[in-house]
Design a protein around this ligand. Structure first.
Ligand SMILES: [Fe+2]
Length: 199
């Protein structure tokens, strides 16, 4: 009997052609964990270059909106998404992933309806999919796709750079956010973490 998978959700796993140890040396400055990527000009371009492209569509011009995650032993990232009209694609680039430091988990956005259905076992329903990251790996995913990170059960920090690639044309629509386009714009999240905008 023909069978069709409807509504697949794509994520993309790639490897950047960059030296992870060089990036780590830059962001951990004399033992101090920096939150910016000053001096790592090629990372933004590398993240844009590895996007899966469609032959019939031009990629938009993009800003890189990023934040560095230092997940200490015991830390985890609660389930969340990055949904915003201006986000073209979201992702995470991994720099340091000790064993047992937690996998990233993606959640089926239909879970609230499907989870309650008695037929979901018959259809081998998987409400969560985990991905084991490696240093140098980048995972791209749609901004609306919910995800989280398991607790870091190792004795070392797990270090990654999370990002949104912002569609410049879409961002222009947000007139009240105009100043965020300035390369030096800095924002502070409610939890105190610092975010930057750059080209
Ligand atoms: Fe995230």
């Amino acid at each position: 009997m023909p069978c069709f998978d409807l509504f697949p959700t794509k994520i993309w796993v790639e490897e950047l052609d960059l030296d992870v140890s060089v990036i780590l040396d830059k962001i951990i400055d004399n033992g101090e964990q920096r939150t910016d990527l000053v001096g790592i000009d090629d990372l933004s371009q590398a993240l844009k270059d590895k996007i899966s492209k469609r032959e019939d569509l031009e990629l938009p011009e993009m800003y890189l909106h990023y934040w560095v995650n230092y997940n200490k032993p015991g830390d985890s990232n609660y389930r969340h998404h990055h949904t915003d009209n201006a986000v073209f694609l979201s992702g995470v680039y991994y720099l340091k992933v000790p064993e047992d430091s937690g996998r990233i988990i993606f959640y089926d956005p239909r879970v609230r309806s499907l989870g309650a259905m008695s037929d979901n076992k018959y259809y081998v329903y998987e409400p969560e999919v985990s991905v084991q990251a490696q240093p140098g790996m980048v995972v791209y995913f749609p901004s609306w796709l919910e995800h989280g990170v398991e607790p870091n059960e190792s004795n070392e920090d797990r270090i990654s750079i999370a990002f949104n690639l912002i569609n410049k044309d879409e961002l222009d629509r947000y007139k009240d956010m105009e100043n965020f386009c300035d390369q030096k714009a800095i924002a502070t999240r409610p939890d105190g973490r610092v975010e930057y905008f750059t080209t």
